[in-house]
Structures are given as C-alpha cells and as structure tokens.
Design a binder for this molecule. Sequence first.
Ligand code: AMP
Length: 884
Amino acid sequence: MIWKDTENDKVQHVWEYGEWEIAQQALNGSLLYNYFICNVGAGEQDNWLRTTFIQRHPTATRVFVEMRFVVRDCNSFGADSLTCKETFNLHTSEADADIGTSFRKGQFRKVATIAPDEISGVGDMQINTETRVVDNLSRKGFYLAFQDIGACVAIYSVRVYYKTCPATVKSLAAFPETVAGGENQALREVAGACVENAVSEDQPRIYCTVDGEWVVPVGQCQCRPGYEPKNDSCQECKPGFFKTSVSNEACEHCPKNTEPSSSGALSCPCLQGFYRAPNDPLTAACSGLPSAPQNLAATTAQMAVGKLQLSWSPPADTGGRTDITYNVVCDRCEGSVCQPCGEKVRYDPSNTDLKEISVIISELEPHLNYTFTVEARNGVSHLCIAKRSVALSNTKNLVNNKLVPEYRITDFTVKCSLQEKDEEKNKVTTYTVLVLEKNSVQIIDLSPSTVYLFKVQALSPEGNPGSYSMEQEFSTPAEGKCRKKVKPQLKPLKTYVDPHTYEDPNTAVLKFASEIHPTHVSKQKVIGVGEFGEVYRGILKAPGRKEAAVAIKTLKPGYTEKQRQDFLSEASIMGQFCHQNIIRLEGVVTKFKHVMIVTEYMENGALDKYLRDHDGEMSSFQLVGMLRGIAAGMKYLSDMSYVHRDLAARNILVNSKLECKVSDFGLSRVLEDDPEGTYTTSGGKIPIRWTAPEAIAYRKFTSASDVWSFGIVMWEVMAFGERPYWDMSNHEVMKAINEAFRLPAPMDCPSAVYQLMLQCWLQDRSKRPRFQDIVSLLDKLLKSPDSLKAIADFDPRVSIRLPSTSGSDGSPFRSVSEWLESIKMSQYSENFSMAGIVSMEQVLQMKSEDIRNIGVRLPGHLKRIAYSILGLKDQTSTLSVFAV
Ligand code: AMP
C-alpha cells in the first residue's frame, strides 16, 4: 500500500504495527499489496497501523482521507463470529515534526468508525471506498492510524488530499490557485489582480468554497482606453478602431471624417480640414467648415430710408453639424477704399451669432455704398481661420432709391484641367469649361491617379465675367490592383500658397486672415521683441466669442509699405495652417494705423528658454512627448509643402499644458529676423548650426533640410536647451559636419532617440527619415516607455562641454563656485559651502550619495554633477569607478 501525498506527489510507506501484516494478492492480472488483519475468535483486539508523518500544506486545514478496503462477513467464521467485528476505526494525531517510531495511542483522536457498504464472502471480494474529512488541522503535519478491534479486514489504498480552487481569470481579474478552507473558514476571501491592460477602482476579490469552487466575484476590472475585452484578456483595438475610456465595451469604428487609426488607438484624429468642437465627444464624427450661405439678397420693400433687410439661404454644406450661425459684416466703401461700418449701424436682432437667415439693418447713410458679407459658422469655425462667406456689394442705389442691387451672380464657369502625373513632361491639358446655373457641380468619369485643376469664375446676368478664383488641385486615387473598376473619388491636396504669388500681398492677408477690430484687443504686458516691434500679451474679446488670452505682435511706427507687407506675410502664411502643433492665428488688424498680428497665447514662451529654466526636471518620456508634438506640426507643414527653414527650439512655443507649437513663419525672417542668422558666401542669412549642409552650400531648402533641423531640435530638447556645438564657431561647425562629425548623445538620452537624431543628420538627404516616419517612431517609443530605458553612450567630457580641469585661462578651477558655474549648476553653491565642501580636492572625493546628501535631489542635476566630477578625475588621471 502506498501513500500519495497530493502536495508534492511523494510516495511514502506506512509503518506496520501490532498484528497487521503485509500481503500480496493478484487481481485481474495485476499484483495488489495490502495491509490485512484477521484475528477473529482470538479474544479482545486492539491492533494499530500508523502512517508515516504527513506534511501539511500550510493553508490546508482540512484534508480528505479516501480508503479502499475489504471486510469479511463475520457469518463466514461460524462459531468465531460471536466476537467478530465488521468495522475498524480511523484516528489522527497532529505534530510539528516527525516523531519517528515513538507511537502512543493516547496522542490520537478518533476521526470515524469505518464500516463497509458491502461485506465480502469467501472467494467473493467486495472493495469498498470510503472518504472521511479530517478538519481543523493546524500543526506542521499529522499521522493517520487504523485501529482494528477484531475484524477481518484488508486495506488496499489510502489517498490523502486537500481541495483547491484552481487559478482562474474571472471578469478580467486573475486569481491564484487557492487551498479551500475548512469548517472554521468556509469561504476564503482571495484578492486578485486585473489582467494586463485592465484596471479597477477597488482590488478585485472572490471567495473559494470548502468544495474548491469560486463564488461571488467582487469588483470589476475594465480594459484601458485603446483595449477591449476578448477571451479573458484586454486586447488592443484593431487598426481603424478606437476606444476612449476605461470600459468593457468593444472598440468602435473610427467615426466619419477621421484618419484610420493605428492599433490600440484612444481616438481617431480628424482628417485634414475636419475638426472637433471642444464639446464634441471623441466618438463623434469630425466636422468641416460650412460652405458659404447662398442666395444672399437685399430688399427695402416697406422700409424707411436707410434701412434694408438682408436674407439668405443656409449653406449647401453644413460641415456635418446642426449648430450653424451667421455673422454679418458691414463695410462702407468710397471708391475702392473700404472700412468697417462702425458702431452706428444697427442690426436687428444682431450681427453676430444669428440663428435666423435674415437681418434688418438700419441707420445706413443714403449717399454711401455698403458691402455686406454674411459668413456661415458652425461649432468648429473658431478652430480655423478659413472663412466661407458671400458678399453683396454696391447697395448704394438700393438704400437710396429702393431698387434691386446692381449686381448679382447667376452663372458660374468651372474650368477644369487635367494634369498628367508625369513629372518630367509636366504636361497640362485644358479640357473643359462648364457653365452652370447653380453653385455646385458633381464631376464624374474622371481617370484614376490623375491630378485635376479647377477654377471658378462668376458671370453676371449679362454674361460679364468676374475674375477667376484660385486654382484648386485635386487628385483621383489609383485604380485597384485587382483590375476591379473603382469609382474615382476626389481628394483635395491642400497645399500652402506663397503670399508672394498674389500681386497685391494685401489680398493674401484678406484671404487667409480674419480682420479684428482694434477695440476688441487689449494689450497687457510686453513679453518679447520681434524684428518688427514689441510682442504683447493681451486679451481678445470678439463679439460672440469668449475672451481669450492672445499674443499681439505689433509693427513699430514709421514703417514702410514693404515692412508692412513683410510683417503681414507671417499672418498670411500662419492663417493657412490649422493644426494642434502650429501656432494659431486669431486674426490681424490691418485697416487701422496700428497694424497687429494676433495669435493664441503660449504661457510658457519659447522652448529653448523653458528647457534651460527647467534643466533636469523632466523625464525622457515628457521630453519625447514634446518632440512628438513638434514632429506632428512639421509633418503637417511638410504635407502642405511648406518648408520652414528656421526650425529651432527658440522658434517653438510652449503653452501651459506643455504642448509645443511651431511658430515663426515670416517670409524674410530667416534672412533678417533670427539673431542666429549668418550671412553665407551665397549671400543668404542662415542659422548655420540648425541648417542642413546642402541648404548652407547651395540653398537647397526642402522638407528634408527641415528634418535635419528637427534633429538639432531633438538634441536641444534632450540636452535641456544646451547650445548645439557649444562654443564652436560657425566655421568650425561647418568644417566638423563636412568631416562627418555629429553632435554626441546628450546625457541620459535614450539610445533610440539618439539613433533617430543621427538619421536626421545623414549627409544624403534622400536617406533621412520623413516627418511622417519620425512621428510614427516617436509614437511607438511613447507607447512602450520601456524602449526609452536603454541609454545612449555618453562621454561626460564631450557632452557637458566641461572646460576639463581648467578654468577659462587654462589653470585648474580656483573655487567650487567657479566649477559649478562652468557646469551651470551655480544654484547649488550654497549646498556645497554649507556642507563644508570648499575646495576642488574635496569635490574630487565626493561619491554620488554625498552629492545627494548635500541636497541635490533632481536626478538630472545629480548626474550632471557626478559626471562632471568623473570627467575631472579622468583628466587628472586618477580615474576611479564612480557609481551614479
Ligand atoms: P517672435 O517675433 O515670433 O520671435 O517673438 C518674439 C518673442 O515673443 C518670442 O521669443 C516669445 O518669447 C514671445 N512670443 C511670441 N509669440 C508668442 C505667443 N504666441 N505666446 C507667447 N509668447 C510669444
């Protein structure tokens, strides 16, 4: 007979005691061993058979004992049957250690009397199986004993086991295998942990019953944003799907007008030209700007002189929203000079935020000509500058004589050209002119993979043509590979328009920037000085809009027309952009003497200064997050074919949420505005340290040269605003770059980030990554922050640019404060002197914990000081290992 110890599967043998004997028996061809006794008719019996010591699992207080045995029928013993018994007893005794053979009956307690269900006769063997519970066990182990009191019995096997609730996952919480409780703890409470990528407010719990079953799970684990529950785990949303919140809902399809998401997306970004209003949930479709209102007309029927009614119909395209409102703008024109009508003119019910499609305008001067512009707005209009409006001009006769207006648009011509996608031939074939009576048209049967150019011209009822609109470029998608006929769709290719292409730059400003009335802006404080004048912080309070903090760039008095145009060109460029990481233009003041450009206000100012002020205070994760924002802004600019030419940390602005936005878009700015600009032999003024070699050598400025500059910005950010190439001269920098030298990794810079910088600085510009590649790589790093843990090799002597053991004059540092100043850590001078560290000899003895103990807590600062000491030691050739 063997013991099966269920905990560790060890086989143990029982001890024999008293009259019990071991026997062998063949049954169905296999040998069975048993312990048996059959002292029938021999008077009173008390024979014990005890097991070896059975170790108890520390939490198993209740074990089960399953016995297989045979008992002979007493009747088969004839006269001896009088004292014959048909039962035996099960006993147990607890102990903290194996007591070997020192067996004492008195130590045992009885568990049960075991009786067979079926008695065996001669030659008829009935094996019984009985299970009993031994409960309330508390010591290290126990013995079992079988007491015979005069039966004829054979025990074939004894199995001792306890029950467990198996390891399980319930409601996305994992629970470990747990030993079932006993009588005194019928339900065992077990704490679990949410599976990977699931979270819960309270720790999940469950109960394990005495029978080894899980019951009553408490607390709910839910999948994080970007993950959905599937097969007891949380799995990433598939590409094209998203999930914004913690829940056990499935990921949803990206809504309308969004870019397809990558896997694990928390939201789907809006397609270019579509937006979400601040209160729109991320689950809602992105919406576009409304088209212009239609059929604008004026009437003076039954109205006093100086009064008219404007009415219009809603825009054909509401941008997918229902919150359409209208603004009416009135300009008073004399000849070709127009100016705002001013406060005198009255509007009923109002001139802004109109929900109605008509307005009554009064207090108009009969002798003046007015232009009314009606703009349709919706909940996302304030996010972008592009206005969609219709104008009605020359209403003088109307106001005066109660006549219909002189000029109304009735027909349009649409000119459509086909541009073949063969760059070398660059052939443009003019195809069609359509004359229409409505202001929209659907064009079908276009060829795939083809660029079409469209422009629109208005015709008066007499057929007099107006001037053509700007040309718009559209490209049709490629035909499917499987030769299935796909219906081509029009996809706008929005590109940046150089304000110089306008004959009159003022037209460009009018087109791309909203005019702000100077009474709506108030200046508060000077925050900077630009090339053209002061920059102020201020407040913009436009009618119908919430007050907003803004930056106001001014043009200093006495400007020439050329300066005015150069100044405003920045607004014409900025006004074409609409992206989270590009500084947003609120509008311009051009119709008054004090010309201004109003942009969103960025509380934390320029990035280079912000980083220097917070040296060592941000984690790599945060820094890479900032770089991701800048890269996204640059991707947008490069998608619009805009080349920045002066990308540098000083031209990135930071807001209170630490979002980074690209700024500085002046046309002549690289030549004149930037103090880093240096005249090159080719005559241009270029910020050498930030500029790609081909742009310095032959002014080849492209998005690839912007990528080089982005690499330098990455370096500036990871080095907390350190000057690229330190105090090397421009000439030395150009020479070094030519000789294939590149900036070394900043201290603590993740290896993956430094590798990306090196890619941006490849000599061959076609091999550099594109901004789109940079954004996806940075996204990847941010998604698995562990990827930022590997740190690039760092040489303290090169990278902190220590003046080694010497001060500027070549002699060793004369004081601790001189040394601290050289590594820009002067703020700790007092900590050193308070700790009695007053000489460089003492500094050289310091260990990293000494630096911490004198009060340097920020990891970045701690490392900078420690590395500097390491560098000093290296220079004095007493190099010793320095633990940081
Ligand atoms: P700029 O002429 O664009 O180089 O601006 C000069 C300085 O004014 C910048 O370095 C900033 O410190 C500050 N500045 C410019 N625009 C803003 C803005 N939108 N928000 C906050 N500060 C700004």
